[in-house]
Design a protein around this ligand. Structure first.
Ligand SMILES: Cc1ncc(COP(=O)(O)O)c(C=O)c1O
Length: 474
């Protein structure tokens, strides 16, 4: 554990550190034996091992592409099976977000990157690296997952500006048959979102695909938590679920009105799904997949770095191809991960129901039958501030949580619903299971103290505390 203790605990509390900040998988749920078997099977057979240890094909190991396609077909049950051509192997969702921006945007012609907020904060720098630091825009969520009317209004304004500026052709990227510059990028995590924990409704997913088509936008979704799902009930009848309850945006883009090949469309489609083995097998594998139209998937495979280096993560991709072919990985997800993370979730939610809800803390979308992911989003009773809670929880109770502000889109926090001063994110995946309920109990102690101080007018020092060492929370 020593190598992982990167959060400095409280200097003033003698209690054991409880880390509800870190969004990593539980070490106890990393499938070392599964990988040991899969890697052994790959490495003992030179006909698999040699290609595995050389440069991979641009689109990635074809056995993994096939096996991913077949698992996705079983899980999402799309109207047509997912074909290998729709899949490109990647170095994970983060790496492939960068690749998508390289092949499918132009830093001037692409008008804006629209980010559903609160947002996965580590995506910001990926957008900034691609030249979009002055073009990031926040789109608020509502109970259904994205405020689509707000997005439409703002895209229209952005288009009007582009017309005024004569911004009509890509300036910085060469014309290539496998790529294009979209006018807009929309980024979201539609299922069990990090950080908001919300799931976008089917209606909104369809509206978003239509909107993307209308304005030449590419919707990039990180579908990295979809497999980690379980019934929301605290007394569930089943501990695992091997079918998705909603289609991904990439599925919807395929079936709505003839899909990317419909008349008048250019065949690239308007959605790209980033899948990842990070959450279900281990982030150190650095392997994922991208699904899109055949044309989009081919375009991703033609990213310059993949043309030179071959598919990213070729060796681990071959291990994963083996683990999927034997069915070991799917069984691991359904028989071990879903029950174990579900159990952790239930412990935490039960503690939240007992300790925090009576204090006025709110959770999003409490009417869902299926929940999942790694995180829960808590909205504090007014006027309590997430940053103050985070600071005081650390100082007074040695519990670390993420204050809502770190998930705000840089430079765009004015519109209602795009700033998160009253919220915190907590993670139930990383910390020891036995400590989760205690973490919530300690948070409740701090919230109660803050409320008492509010009531007696003695809360002034809280603000000063919040301005302290927020960097510690990373
Ligand atoms: C929404 C989201 N996207 C991407 C990632 C990173 O994925 P990967 O490890 O595949 O790069 C994470 C990890 O926390 C995440 O929550």
């Amino acid at each position: 554990m020593g190598a992982f203790s990167d959060v400095v605990g409280s200097k003033t509390s003698s209690k054991k550190l409880i880390n509800l900040l870190k969004g990593w998988p539980s070490l106890s749920l990393l499938p070392t034996q599964l990988l040991d078997k899969a890697s052994h099977n790959v490495l003992k057979n030179t006909s698999i091992a040699f290609p595995a240890m050389c440069y991979g094909p641009d689109a990635g190991d074809s056995r993994l592409r096939r096996n991913v396609a077949s698992w996705l077909t079983k899980f999402y049950e799309p109207s047509e099976p997912v074909s290998e051509e729709r899949i490109c192997i990647t170095g994970g969702a983060s790496q492939n977000l960068a690749c998508l921006l390289q092949v499918f945007t132009d830093p001037v012609y692409t008008r804006n990157v629209w980010i559903v907020a609160p947002a996965y904060m580590l995506s910001f720098r990926i957008f900034e690296d691609a030249g979009f630091h002055k073009k990031l825009r926040a789109v608020p969520e509502d109970e259904e997952g994205i405020d689509i009317e707000y997005l439409r209004r703002e895209i229209e304004k952005s288009e009007a500006k582009a017309q005024k500026d004569n911004n009509n052709t890509p300036q910085f990227k060469p014309q290539r048959s496998w790529g294009k510059a979209y006018k807009h990028i929309i980024y979201c995590v539609p299922t069990f979102s990090n950080p908001s924990f919300k799931t976008m409704s089917l209606r909104r997913r369809e509206e978003l695909v239509y909107l993307a088509r209308e304005y030449d936008a590419l919707v990039i979704t990180d579908d990295v938590y979809d497999f980690l799902q379980w019934p929301s009930s605290v007394t569930p009848k089943t501990l695992s679920i091997d079918k998705a309850s909603l289609p991904r945006l990439v599925d919807i883009d395929r079936y709505l009105d003839g899909g990317p090949e419909r008349e008048g469309a250019d065949g690239f489609g308007n959605t790209a799904s980033n899948g990842s083995f990070s959450k279900i097998c281990g982030p150190g594998l650095r392997t994922g997949w991208c699904e899109g139209s055949n044309k989009l998937s081919y375009g991703v495979s033609q990213t310059g770095s993949s043309r030179s280096g071959g598919s990213p993560s070729q060796l681990t991709a071959c291990f994963l191809a083996e683990a999927l072919e034997t069915g070991d990985l799917q069984r691991f997800v359904y028989d071990q991960l879903q029950p174990a993370y579900g159990d952790r979730y239930r412990r935490m939610v039960q503690a939240i129901n007992t300790e925090l809800i009576p204090l006025g803390v709110r959770l999003p979308q409490t009417d869902r039958e299926v929940v999942g992911g790694y995180f829960i989003w808590l909205t504090l009773p007014s006027p309590l501030k997430g940053a103050v809670l985070a600071q005081r929880a650390k100082d007074e109770e040695n519990v670390v949580v993420a204050q809502g502000e770190i998930f705000q889109v840089p430079g765009d926090t004015e519109y209602p619903g795009t700033s998160f001063g009253n919220d915190v994110r907590i993670c139930f995946a990383w910390e020891d299971e036995e400590m989760l309920a205690e973490g919530i109990e300690r948070l409740a102690l701090v919230i109660r103290r803050m409320q008492d101080e509010e009531a007696t007018g003695s809360s002034k020092h809280q603000v000063a505390a919040a301005e302290g060492d927020a960097k510690d929370f990373w």
